[in-house]
Design a protein around this ligand. Structure first.
Ligand code: OFO
Length: 173
């Protein structure tokens, strides 16, 4: 059984994952309109993954006797300026999500809720991967600078990363 405090913190995380999904969906749409196919594919996939992160939390809360609440979300931005800025935003957002997961883990320890603590380890590991991936992409962006041909190759590279990671087991698998 979840304590009220843990339930509230989990519901807050459900909202954050849902908002993350919307932010990446908006990034995907922006990239698609700009003709950045590989980047769009990558962002659509990130968006799907965040939705799965959200669903996994919803199921957990309900299974543990709580009530997962589906709430109103903040609207994401529509314009991202440049793909460089967009990936920086993705990275910053993942750092924000990691901090939020850490806070949540902290609450479970305060409440001595070891079942939820254990469940959240999957998210802790996932955040390490997502931060690393975002960092790798930012490094590539710094390498290409403002080179047009570089952007073409970068877009294809990101597409390749998306296809490769799609072969790996997903969050519900
Ligand atoms: Fe990338 O954030 Fe979910 O966990």
């Amino acid at each position: 059984m979840l304590s009220k405090k843990v339930e509230k913190a989990l519901n807050n995380q459900i909202r954050i994952e849902a908002e993350s999904s919307q932010i990446y969906l908006s990034m995907a749409s922006w990239a698609e309109v700009k003709g950045l196919e590989g980047i769009a594919l990558f962002m659509y996939k990130q968006s799907d993954e965040e939705r799965l992160h959200m669903l996994k939390l919803i199921k957990f809360v309900n299974e543990r006797g709580g009530h997962a609440q589906i709430s109103e979300l903040n609207a994401p931005k529509i314009e991202f300026g440049s793909f460089q800025k967009m990936f920086q935003e993705l990275f910053d957002h993942e750092i924000f999500v990691s901090n939020s997961i850490n806070e949540l883990v902290h609450v479970t320890l305060q409440e001595k809720d070891y079942a939820t603590h254990n469940f959240l380890q999957w998210y802790v590991a996932e955040q390490i991967e997502e931060e690393a991936l975002a960092r790798t992409i930012l490094d590539k962006i710094n390498l290409i600078g403002n080179d047009k041909g570089g952007l073409y190759l970068f877009d294809r590279d990101v597409q390749q990363i998306t296809i490769t990671s799609a072969a790996a087991p997903g969050p519900l698998g």
